[in-house]
Design a binder for this molecule. Structure first.
Ligand code: IFM
Length: 481
């Protein structure tokens, strides 16, 4: 979850109040092996990069696109750290061919992008905007010509404002609108677009967008935790069903921000464990369980009261072709008796490794997530759909000699390979991200790209990490250091 991860943000006393009453006992972090026997990845392992529409496309008024919740949010004073907006971003709507060339130039196998719902259905439902669909058809075709597998995320946080005006994810109907939109994509693009990711990091959109108010739609209401969580899960289930009905040859998955929730080790460590388990249920299990088990964890019970109807959990539980795992860092959590939620942000152990900018680096968290999926969730086929490191926050130029990013990627890939050797069926790894882009509420102050861009001219300049990733994709051999 990177800069939007629970490891960086305070949970703001009380904001998760509705969810934390069912704090249960919890298990310690499993011991995990981070050293692979071999650094050679299999031949068919997919190497890719990931992006998202609102962070890259720009051209927000082009070709009949409707506004999304982020269009509205970014214009509200004080919402975006540097006061910027995503009006141009990386200009990928117009420069997509250059991006495809960069991906092909690095010899990558796959590209994960997201479709802006409001380009296809400008107000969220109703008439289809053919010009919007055409853009994605052109992008997919450009990728296929170069032998790059397109992975399209349907919902990467940019809900059409027309749906938000009707209540957004707080209302049940939005789940059906997601299914309708999925059907349109399956029917109209499914002849060439075969790999579809339904949701990106729904936990982030729920908690940061509806409970903490730091992301669009900017709501700060703990009572929304239950309905928003359930309607996203329900919509995901309905969308999977709709896509399967549209075509039988699609590979369908969804992407989650999975973070091990670890107790702050201070004097209250035992109590902090209760809080970390509570957060684990809200952040991880509230998404894994309905999809893979057809249940919700206990801590969600109060929040969900009145929102889950008979039969819903049979819809949320769907067979998937892959689960997308996004990982950046673990979350440390402490008990805060003053907060109605009892959950507050904790500190990593003293001496924990951090990058030059204070962010924690801990590949063991990724190993822990992968172990858990093997042990507790039936070992589903996986893709690492995001992992990456950001430059320092601030207005300075991008760091082209980004050795810190190379080391971050290398060490996390070691954990990926070790998990594969332990039995995790991991089919690919997508670095976040291709070109430095607009990092949501952090604007242009945080850069994750393998490629820098001059914001005045849009010119792209590959960083050292781009060449490193290219060599890795060519040989599949992870360097030892
Ligand atoms: O930029 C985001 C992305 O949109 C979702 N996952 C985390 C990234 C880095 O914070």
């Amino acid at each position: 979850m990177g800069d939007h991860g629970m490891s960086r943000r305070a949970l703001g006393g009380g904001v998760l109040g509705a969810a934390a009453f069912g704090l249960a006992g919890c298990q310690g972090a499993p011991s995990v092996d981070l050293t692979p026997r071999s650094r050679q990845f299999p031949q068919d392992f997919q190497w890719g990069v990931a992006t998202a529409a609102f962070q890259t496309e720009g051209s927000l008024a082009a070709d009949g696109r409707g506004p999304s919740v982020w269009d509205v949010f970014e214009r509200q004073p004080g919402r975006i750290k540097d006061g910027s907006d995503a009006g141009t971003a990386t200009d990928s709507y117009r420069r997509y061919a250059e991006d495809v060339d960069l991906i092909a130039g690095a010899g990558l196998d796959a590209f994960r992008f997201s479709i802006a719902w409001s380009r296809v259905l400008p107000s969220g439902g109703g008439a289809i905007n053919q010009a919007g669909l055409d853009h994605y058809a052109r992008l997919v075709d450009a990728l296929l010509v170069k032998g790059i597998a397109p992975y399209a995320t349907l919902f990467h946080w940019d809900l059409p404002q027309g749906l938000q005006d009707k209540g957004g994810w707080a209302v049940r109907d939005t789940a059906s609108r997601l299914a309708d939109y999925a059907a349109v994509i399956g029917e109209r693009l499914g002849d060439r677009l075969k790999r579809i990711i339904i949701l990106n990091e729904a936990a982030v959109h729920t908690v940061f967008g509806h409970v903490l108010g730091e992301h669009a739609p900017g709501l700060k209401d703990a009572d929304l935790l239950g309905p928003v969580t359930h309607h996203l899960n329900l919509g995901q289930g309905l969308a999977i069903q709709a896509l399967r009905a549209a075509r039988g040859d699609l590979s369908i998955g969804t992407t989650m921000a999975l973070q091990p929730c670890r107790p702050d080790g201070g004097p209250l460590a035992v109590w902090n464990r209760l809080a970390s388990d509570g957060l684990d249920q809200i952040w991880n299990r509230a998404w894994l369980d309905p999809l893979l088990r057809g249940t919700y964890p206990d801590a969600m019970a109060d929040a969900l009261k009145g929102h889950v109807r008979d039969g819903d959990l049979a819809i949320t539980r769907q067979p998937i072709d892959f689960l997308g795992v996004n990982y950046y860092a673990p979350a440390y959590v402490r008990l805060d008796l003053k907060a109605p939620s009892r959950i507050a942000q904790g500190e990593p152990p003293r001496g924990a490794e951090r990058d030059a900018f204070g962010r924690q680096i801990d590949p063991s968290g990724l190993a822990e997530v992968l172990t858990r999926l093997r042990r507790d969730y039936g070992n589903p086929p996986l893709l690492i759909t995001e992992n990456g490191a950001s430059d320092p926050f601030g207005p300075g130029p991008a760091i082209l000699d980004d050795a810190f990013r190379i080391q971050y990627l290398r060490r996390h890939l070691q954990a990926v390979k070790a998990a594969m050797e332990a039995g995790s069926p991991i089919g690919g790894y997508f670095a976040w991200t291709l070109v430095d882009n607009w990092e949501w509420d952090l604007g242009y102050t945080s850069r994750f790209g393998l490629v820098a861009q001059d914001r005045a001219t849009g010119t792209r300049t590959p960083k050292a990490s781009y060449a490193w990733f290219k060599a890795l994709a060519r040989t599949g051999l992870l360097p030892e250091r």
